[in-house]
Design a protein. Sequence first.
Length: 300
Amino acid sequence: MSKAVVISEVAPRDGLQSIGPFVPTETKVAMVRALYEAGVRRMEVGSFVSPRHVPQMADTAEVLKAAKQLPGLECTVLVPNRKGFDLAMEAGADRLGFFMSVTEAHNRANLNRSRADSLAELSALVREGAAAGVAMRFNLSCAFHCPFEGVVPVDEAVDMVERVFSLDPAMEIGIADTTGNAAPDQVAAVFRHALASWGNPFAFHGHDTYGMGLANALAAYEVGCRIFDAAAGGLGGCPFAPGATGNTATEDLAWMFRRMGVATGLDWEKLLAAADLCAAVPGGQPGGRVRGVPGARAAA
């Protein structure tokens, strides 16, 4: 099994979407450039969602345009529906990130529609995206715990993964611990089943609300997951998931893999500098641990 992993940076999107004061476009672009300089080659730069519901993402087209000027950077944008799909295609996104929730209650809170309605619309968009030859990823929120329904049974998460897999077996599927409430054995069970059954390039999206972000990422890694989302500076949260705090910090995840001898392609010193920049965004609630450890910067 490969000892290399792909870390997909989500600070410009998931890291910022819950911040109240609007973060200037130039600040977002500076974050993207700093992370790129640190070696990040895959990044969620924004989402084409309703600016009324998520005003922080209103300038996604501008951020995407600047990001696409960086050679070799794959730019992902999230799209929840037909309107977002059309805007993303027009803007030239490298990868489309569809999303819906495993649980009914969170899907209604996040997307204001039932799971059945979301899956029906997104199914059509997946077919259209595949016909157009665009890279896609389908994200399943609240795959382990829901702020409204509680712990999600493994078989319920696996059932939704199977439904999404059937839409396009070549499509990447992101399995998300949206609230940071997952336990490592639960993460391992879902990923073990998914990888053994379908062998698809599954990705783990974790939050660190209960301090379990790295433990859950390691559990996914040990059963074969090789794609991980993280946010520099530990920024993040979901505005429609009460209690959810920041994503697992990119620098923490990179440190763990580095100590394990697992290649990430990231420059340690430049990553810490980028993490400092992200953590300093006004209105943000940074997290993570490595940045505050004495001597961590000298340990490159």
